[in-house]
Write a protein that binds this ligand. Structure first.
Ligand code: DAH
Length: 338
């Protein structure tokens, strides 16, 4: 049996020597090392080898196997290197042609806006935190003063994962998660994806929001106005005119929606602003005492304001994009412009 291995090794090496092409090499490989190969066959019959010869037999088989594998690998490499050189020297490749180059990508407009807003609020001392996109009903609604059957839930038609688990409809639940974990002062900004059952030129089922929250002693509506005014002037320019309009959100009291003079028509009235001259930019308000109570903050001691805005909307206004869906089609010709 041992002598048989030697014979097999000699034969295989001789055949490799003569194999001048990739196909020939692979044929030798299959003949000896394949599943039905000669060496594989020898090893399979190890049970017929006398017990005292078994260790040596096994060792030799392995040696031959490794040797053949290495030789074949080497020869294959040599062949392909040779082929490459031949192609070059025969002039099939014109090495003087300029390269194809790579086109660098761009930062997506929504990401640009998110970064810009996070930078502005960082300079106001806010830190950026993130929350889960699959959220408990409790954080998305209940803790924000929207109990089951509250009519305000209708404005945010939801994707349910399970009975009490939803894809979050806004970034506001992060307010609650943060307040549960830290004591005031709180100054946070929370960007992220949100989901609603909604789809048209200005709505996609997934979009992005940024939430802001500031809680401390003696925070007043004047602080809200000051911060939001400074912020919007940084985004849309110093000449931006703002309007604070009374509104309602279950988690703020009082609440205000903030509009800016239409950036398209400078207030004269156009299609974008629905001929009102104003663009609705964000929702805001003073944190409702019920929310403070839900997170264990003493509403007699602390006060605060919160706000939330949609990133796509800001990107569309800032860059003059008329259809929100363009932002998610991944057409490079569109994305390259920003
Ligand atoms: N969560 C609200 C929405 O998605 C936006 C909002 C309004 C957030 C007022 C706030 C706020 O923090 O104070 O429509």
């Amino acid at each position: 049996m041992i002598a048989g291995i030697q014979q097999l090794e000699n034969d295989a090496l001789a055949e490799l020597e003569n194999a001048g092409s990739q196909d020939a090499l692979l044929a030798v490989k299959t003949k000896y090392l394949g599943r039905r190969g000669l060496l594989t066959g020898l090893l399979r019959n190890i049970s017929q080898v006398p017990a005292e010869e078994k260790p040596l037999f096994g060792k030799r088989c392995n040696e031959v196997k490794v040797l053949l594998e290495n030789k074949i690998e080497e020869s294959l490499l040599r062949l392909s290197e040779g082929a490459k050189k031949q192609t070059l020297t025969r002039g099939k490749i014109d090495v003087t042609l300029p390269g194809r180059g790579t086109r660098p990508g761009r930062i997506h407009p929504v990401t640009q806006i998110r970064r810009e807003i996070c930078d502005i609020f960082s300079s106001f001392g806010f830190s950026v935190v993130e929350g889960p996109e699959v959220e408990l009903d409790y954080y998305n609604f209940e803790a924000l003063n929207m109990p089951p059957d509250h009519p305000a839930r209708d404005m945010q038609d939801t994707f349910y994962i399970e009975e009490k688990t939803v894809l979050r409809t806004h970034t506001s639940p992060v307010q609650v998660r943060v307040m549960q974990q830290v004591k005031p002062p709180v100054r946070i900004l929370s960007p992220g994806r949100v989901y609603r059952r909604d789809s048209d030129v200005s709505h996609t089922p997934m979009f992005h929001q940024i939430e802001g929250l500031l809680v401390d002693y003696d925070v007043s509506f004047a602080d809200l106005k000051g911060i939001l005014t400074a912020f919007l002037k940084r985004v849309f320019g110093d000449a931006t005119t703002l309007r604070f309009r009374p509104s309602f959100f279950p988690f703020t009291e009082p609440s205000a929606e903030v509009d800016i003079r239409c950036v398209m028509c400078a207030g004269r009235g156009c299609r974008v602003c629905g001929h009102s001259g104003w663009l609705e930019i964000l929702g805001s308000g003073m944190v409702d005492p019920t929310v403070f109570q839900n997170v264990g903050y003493d509403a007699e001691v602390y006060s605060g304001f919160a706000f939330g805005l949609g990133l796509e909307r800001i990107a569309m206004l800032k860059y003059g994009i008329s259809d929100i869906r363009l932002l998610f089609e991944n057409d490079i010709r569109f994305l390259r412009q920003f």
